[in-house]
Design a protein around this ligand. Structure first.
Ligand code: KIV
Length: 296
């Protein structure tokens, strides 16, 4: 396995190249991004999939959970991310309520993500019971990614954010869900919050690449939330989150330094100021001198 060095030209990631990575046992990388700046940083670092997750409800908009975010809010963020992504495969989350009220509406909403925001695929939570709906969206030429296990849009049904697939019937249901998504032809399957052993079994069983989050190391790829890896979430992190930087501390330090410089009049300096051209300054001095003289 070779990593493309940063700065080297990269190939566009597609549904086919994700499948090829699974076949070649090449780990697939995925991060969320919600705006132009994060999208550029993630894409330029060589991440394979950029996911505009509905987790933006919490990370960007300060909502309690993902249930309240709307299609229009998701489209707004997806458009910004689109402008920052060149090579990664761009997936947008279909929010709660956007695919639950009938096939026609689901296909219409999915097509908005492609047409109005430039997404290359949408993500839908749920397995076996969403398989027919997913087939209809794929029939409309829109690639779909699946998401099973701990599906945050089902929080009220699950009774909280709990690890799923811990009993034999639950493991069997998860396997049926994964196989149904595999048969439906999804581009990849996100496995969230399930035991490592179950994720490994699913990954071995299906031809579709699996992308884990809190699902152990045996998936075909891994996804984490941008704000989680940078400590921008203002709270304790889940067990599976690895923090790669403390952006909260960095940002806070920078903001405090700016405030201190303004309060102590150390910002801006003369070098950070614009100046009049010499001839304008000379003309201005003459005018001011004349005015001064008339007053005397
Ligand atoms: O919304 C999200 O960020 C997600 C994942 C992290 C899989 O669905």
């Amino acid at each position: 396995m070779s990593l493309t060095p940063i700065g080297e030209p990269r190939h566009k990631i597609t549904v086919a190249s994700l499948r090829e990575k699974k076949l070649q046992h090449e780990p697939i990388t995925c991060l969320t991004a919600y705006d132009y700046a994060s999208a550029r940083l993630v894409d330029e670092a060589g991440i394979d999939i950029v996911l505009v997750g509905d987790s933006l409800a919490m990370t960007m908009l300060g909502y309690e959970n993902t249930l309240t975010v709307t299609v229009d809010e998701m489209l707004h963020h997806t458009r910004a991310v689109r402008r920052g992504v060149k090579n990664a495969f761009l997936v947008a989350d279909m929010p709660f309520g956007s695919y639950h009220l009938g096939v026609d509406e689901a296909v219409r909403n999915a097509s908005r993500f492609v047409k109005e925001a430039g997404a290359e695929a949408v993500k839908i939570e749920g397995g076996e019971k969403r398989a027919d709906l997913i087939c209809s969206i794929i029939d409309a030429e829109i690639p779909v990614t699946g998401h099973i296990g701990l599906t945050p849009q089902s929080v009220n049904v699950m009774g909280g954010f709990k690890v799923q697939g811990k009993t034999l019937p639950a493991v069997e249901q998860l396997m049926r869900d994964a196989v149904a998504l595999d048969r439906a032809g999804v581009a990849c399957i996100y496995l969230e919050g399930i035991p490592r052993e179950v994720a490994a079994m699913i990954t071995a069983e299906v031809q579709t690449p699996t992308i884990g989050i809190g699902a152990g190391p045996d998936c075909d790829g891994q996804v984490l939330v941008f704000h989680d890896i940078l400590n921008l979430t203002f709270g304790p992190a889940a067990k599976f989150v690895r923090r790669y930087a403390d952006a909260a501390a960095l940002i806070s330090e920078a903001v405090q330094a700016f405030r201190a410089d303004v309060v102590s009049r150390q910002y801006p300096s003369d070098q950070e100021s614009y100046h009049l051209p010499k001839d304008t300054q000379a003309a201005l001095d003459t005018v001011l001198e004349r005015k001064h003289a008339m007053r005397r």
